[in-house]
Design a binder for this molecule. Structure first.
Ligand code: SF4
Ligand code: SF4
Length: 355
């Protein structure tokens, strides 16, 4: 199973869409490594993703966990302290996800002046030692141009993949008129981006755009997708207090709490939550997977209008990729692009696939 380990709730940035350091009752890890080790030891194939806050603010603790617990490791970081990670630890990660929102002006507007340059410098440096999957993880919000920002990151020659997630504040309480307007331009950008992605394939290159690859894989195989992030199925978060939640977002909601490392076993957690309506009977569930368990369980957060807005972006994206499918199939058949290139991700690598 897959565990997000929140090493701290503190952060060294104050991104505009996040609000900076969250004031929480349990800011720092309170359990012992031995307690964590004995919980994880009951899982035959654990994946541990370091998360925060900014996990690299607790670099020593991260190293101690990696020294003590055999697991597949993933790191989520804002990249500002990435240069501090020793090469021998860096090499052990299966995947490193760096938060970066696109072009310099967009990233700096969301994350702070000078952050883009620091991230790029550290990512280039990390690339020298790290041979795993380096993913640029974007938040797309009102300042983003999805076409420009995604292509910018995909063509830097640093990242293997680019994944993005829509800022959920856009959907809050049904979405403001400004947000609705922006989402119209987002959908238009997706149309352009799918065309460019297919054109690149025709020129012999598969751009590593995670949402496109992941959804195309489902369309090709027609194997129904599960909830892509795996929350409540085989993916959980461990908060600094040792409490286990369905996902790392909003642990303050009572219904998100499902156990603790002190008295719950991984086996008891498996499949402990499932999607409700409208996802449960949606005609697109087999491709979408349900998008987000938290929003599904806390629908009042976005309201019916907000939910419909989220689904409209999913329908648009799936519609554009379905329209491109015959051409993609043709290229696979003629050997222009290998079908196995769409067998991604090989493990749940913290990309929810559907933005
Ligand atoms: S399209 Fe909307 S309703 Fe349908 S499965 Fe996805 S999130 Fe749920
Ligand atoms: S997609 Fe939703 S449920 Fe899944 S990890 Fe993200 S916030 Fe949590």
């Amino acid at each position: 199973m897959h565990y997000h380990l929140l090493l701290t709730q503190r952060c060294n940035l104050e991104c505009s869409y996040c609000g900076g350091t969250r004031e929480a009752e349990h800011m720092e890890v309170e359990y012992s490594i031995e307690a964590l080790r004995s919980f994880i030891a009951k899982d035959p194939s654990p994946v541990i993703a370091f998360y925060g806050g900014e996990p690299l603010l607790r670099l020593e603790l991260m190293e101690q966990v990696m020294d003590a617990i055999p697991a597949t490791y993933i790191l989520h970081t804002n990249g500002v302290l990435l240069h501090k990670v020793k090469p021998r630890y860096l090499r052990r990660f299966h995947t490193v996800l760096i938060s970066i929102d696109g072009r310099r002006e967009v990233t700096d507007a969301y994350r702070g002046r000078g952050v883009y340059d620091r991230i790029i410098k550290n990512a280039r440096r990390a690339r020298k030692h790290f041979r795993g999957d380096l993913i640029a993880r974007m938040v797309a919000s009102l300042r983003s141009d999805i076409y420009e920002d995604v292509l910018h990151l995909a063509r830097l020659g640093i990242f293997d993949h680019v994944h993005w997630q829509l800022d959920f504040e856009l959907f809050w309480d049904g979405g403001s008129e400004i947000a609705r307007e922006w989402l119209r331009s987002y959908n238009a950008g997706i149309t352009k981006l799918v065309r460019e992605w297919v054109s690149e394939m025709q020129r012999g290159e598969l751009l590593g755009l995670v949402p496109f690859i992941g959804i195309t894989k489902t369309l090709l195989t027609r194997n129904p997708a599960k909830l892509r992030c795996g929350a409540g199925v085989d993916f959980f978060a461990i908060s600094p207090s040792g409490e286990i939640t369905l996902c790392p977002v909003t642990p303050e909601y009572e219904f998100m709490r499902v156990g603790s490392i002190f008295d719950t076993s991984p086996e008891e957690l498996k499949n402990c939550a499932s999607l409700k309506e409208p996802c449960a009977s949606c005609d697109l569930l087999w491709v979408c997977g349900g998008r987000c368990l938290f929003i599904n369980l806390a629908k009042e957060w976005v309201g019916e209008r907000g939910y419909a807005l989220i689904c409209s972006t999913v329908r648009h994206l799936v519609g554009e990729l379905s329209a491109a499918l015959p051409e993609i199939k043709r290229m696979i058949k003629e050997g222009a692009v290998p079908e196995k290139a769409f067998s991604y991700p090989e493990i749940n690598n913290d990309c929810e696939v559907v933005p």
